[in-house]
Design a protein around this ligand. Structure first.
Ligand code: IFM
Length: 445
């Protein structure tokens, strides 16, 4: 069965600065928390770092040419805050701004619309020395950075997002310590959540005050959870993880309240006026989605929550993530009902890691990724059919890249990258996606 997407459906790909740019010490860029974290022993698989990554800082013209060939309408990138403000605030690094000027111009010249995310986890290290996201002042510094960036690029970039997956940055960065800056604690995670919510509010206010013609949003992440058993302790853990991971940002930002299970603990951090500031009118509703999980009580976790590996025999990606397109369809329907209302919905990340192999003839036959994309895009069609206004879909990711604590061991790209030579090679999934982006209907399995 072949089914078409609605007229004007937006096809895109997403990346993030630290995962692809490299050039971490070039042209005045300051260090970020990820530079520091990666260079601590034992933090990243194989001792990998983002020092070079995909060398996109130098090779972006080649990458933009690949995007043009792909035929996408939009490219979502993130800006590295420490490239623009090496200390996080104060002196501006003009060379950093000039890099993004060139990049945005190149994307536009290729007929692609740039979508810019202001924060994909690379906080300037200088701000972490001042307690980073646990410090309310960071929200103000973030808004200054947002204003500066919009002033420079807002004449060419219309779609802006304040944060990518703020939940992950807080729960992993300041909760379980598995991501930069590697802090483990319950209070630290809750503080980071509230300060990042404030930063979102202040950032939106600052950007709107500068230009009224921008389209502003945030990028959430929805990961449906089920209790691993009928034991009460697993059910409690499941509800808490759902509140923490899925709701601690969209609830206050869209509904004006923290999830009940967290509200009492966060209350002491909330000052008069905070919630009104956090609940800003947005122009679109965006989220990322990959998989679902079962949750059990884990007494060693700061929130006593843990996830189980998928059931034996369930289809999984190289991340061990269950392939469950039905959960994606349900997430889109739930997102509309609970949060988005009439706002257009965009899926700004979805994709899969697989252990790709370059065949002797140079081809990468990544059928597993094609099958994943086919089934998840089928879920998008089902959600649209059910009345969810999904207006666009962005694959994670254009290139194989630095997968955070897993280093270069996981490949998510439509384009294969040889990290020794930096050679790019479109995979079969690139050609599959290009056909869709050029208007072909989706052949459903
Ligand atoms: O690589 C990440 C990305 O930075 C944020 N969303 C999930 C992706 C895959 O883990």
């Amino acid at each position: 069965m072949a089914t078409s997407f609605p007229e004007g459906f937006l096809w895109g790909v997403s990346t993030a600065a630290y995962q692809i740019e490299g050039a971490v010490r070039e042209d005045g860029r300051g260090p970020s928390i990820w530079d520091t974290f990666c260079h601590l022993p034992g933090t990243i698989a194989n001792g990998d770092t983002g020092d070079i990554a995909c060398d996109h800082y130098h090779r972006w013209p080649e990458d933009v040419a690949l995007m043009r060939e792909l035929g996408i309408g939009a490219y979502r990138l993130s800006i590295a805050w420490p490239r623009i403000l090496p200390e996080g605030r104060g002196e501006v690094n003009l060379k950093g701004l000039e890099f993004y000027d060139r990049l945005i111009d190149g994307i536009l010249e290729a007929g692609i619309e740039p979508w810019v995310c202001l924060y994909h986890w690379d906080l300037p290290q200088a701000l972490e020395y001042r307690d980073g996201w646990q410090n309310r002042d960071t929200a103000k510094w973030y808004a200054d950075y947002a204003l500066l960036t919009v002033r420079r690029l807002g004449d060419r970039v219309k779609h802006w997002a304040t944060f990518n997956e703020p939940n992950c940055a807080c729960v992993k960065g300041y909760g379980d310590g598995g991501h930069a800056p590697g802090i483990r604690g319950r209070q630290s995670a809750l503080k980071a959540i509230h300060v990042m919510n404030l930063a979102h509010g202040l950032g939106i206010e600052a950007m709107r005050s500068e230009r009224a013609d921008l389209l502003l949003g945030n990028i959430f992440n929805f990961h449906p959870y089920e209790p691993a058993s009928e034991r009460e302790e697993d059910e409690i853990a499941c509800e808490l993880l759902d509140a923490l991971w899925n709701r601690s940002f969209p609830d206050p930002q869209m509904l004006g309240q923290y999830p009940e299970l967290l509200a009492a603990e966060i209350e002491s951090l909330v000052e008069p006026g905070d919630i009104d500031l956090i609940r800003q009118k947005l122009d679109y509703f965006a989220f990322n989605h990959y998989t679902r999980s079962r949750v059990r009580r884990d007494p060693d976790h700061p929130f006593a929550v843990g996830t189980l590996p998928s059931e034996p025999g369930a289809p999984v990606t190289d991340m061990g993530w269950e392939i469950a397109p039905d959960a994606f369809r349900a997430a889109m329907i739930a997102a509309k009902e609970r949060y988005a209302g009439d706002l257009p919905i965009y899926i700004l990340e979805n994709g899969a890691a697989f252990p790709d192999r370059v065949d002797p003839d140079g081809r990468i036959r990544d059928e597993a990724r094609i099958s994943y994309l086919r089934s998840y895009l089928g879920a998008v069609q089902d959600a649209i059919e059910a009345g969810v206004p999904v207006r666009g879909y962005f694959v994670w990711s254009l290139l194989d890249n630095f997968e955070w604590a897993l280093g270069y061991s996981k490949r998510f790209g439509l384009v294969h990258v040889d990290f020794e030579t930096q050679e790019r090679r479109p995979k079969d999934s690139f050609h599959f996606y290009a056909e869709l982006a050029h208007g072909a209907p989706l052949e459903r399995e």
